[in-house]
Design a protein around this ligand. Structure first.
Ligand code: PEP
Length: 249
């Protein structure tokens, strides 16, 4: 069965709640496309107003992060229940900015992934290499390690429903998009790695996005690749361009 594309915006630390409502209202007529799952991952405080603004549309509102404990003395963190209580179904886990600035590791990513599944939330699991790693020729080894640890103790059924975002760090927010060949090569390697951990059926079901300076002009070729099932989009998700990305064909 053909995989449904999934195109998600990552708003990062942008948009106040009132700006979020405005942005959803601007984008909602532009992102209509039944062939694609459309997700806006927004700052925690924007989730409820963005959801209200998106009600009745094809837009799903997701979160940008979540903690791996149920509740308690973890000042400033967001618990999985807090997300499911308002209807969140997707959460970005292990974005490279979280790894770099907030000390997230492959191990904490794995704990968050397991917790998200426990609560029926689909994780969008990020992986990606630095420029040094690419230049040293260790991209695939590095990504395989990230994937193998992220999926520790995850069942095949859970893995089949997961989303992986391959985001080369050197391409995030830099305007330097990976070539179609580079993106396809790594996304295929990720799928092969999933087949190795689980089986071919799971590998064929899992959705793998490319992320890193995706624009309306680069999206059509990237999303036409056999192992690229959509994108995780930062900067361009805050603009009307996101409509063109969602309607890339
Ligand atoms: C991201 O934040 O996940 C991302 C890919 O950002 P950008 O599209 O701006 O490079």
């Amino acid at each position: 069965m053909a995989r449904k594309k999934i195109i998600a915006g990552n708003w990062k630390m942008n948009m106040t709640p009132s700006q979020a409502v405005e942005l959803v209202n601007t984008l909602k007529p532009l992102v209509v496309n039944d062939e694609v799952d459309v997700v806006f991952c927004v700052p925690a405080i924007d989730i409820i107003p963005a959801m209200e603004a998106a009600r009745g549309t094809n837009i799903q509102i997701g979160a940008e992060n979540m903690y791996y404990e149920e509740k308690g003395a973890f000042t400033g963190e967001i618990a999985p229940d807090m997300l499911t209580d308002v209807g969140v179904k997707y959460v970005i886990i292990g974005h490279s900015e979280r790894r770099e600035y907030f000390a997230e590791t492959d191990e904490t990513v794995n704990r968050k992934v397991l917790k998200a599944f426990e609560h029926g939330i689909t994780p969008i699991i990020c992986c990606g290499e630095s420029l040094t790693q690419r230049e040293q020729g260790i991209t695939i080894d590095w990504i395989r390690q990230q994937i193998k640890i992220a999926f520790l103790n995850v069942t095949a059924e859970q893995a089949a429903s997961a989303v992986i975002a391959y985001e080369p760090i050197w391409a995030i927010g830099t305007g330097k998009v990976a070539t179609t060949e580079q993106a396809q090569e790594v996304c295929k390697a990720i799928r092969d790695c999933i087949a190795e951990i689980y089986d071919q059926t799971t590998a064929e079901a899992i959705r793998i996005q490319y992320g890193g300076s995706v624009s309306a002009s680069s999206a059509p070729e990237l999303f036409a690749q056999p192992d690229i099932d959509g994108g995780l989009v930062g900067g361009a998700s805050l603009k009307p361009d996101f409509g063109a990305i969602v309607n890339y064909k």
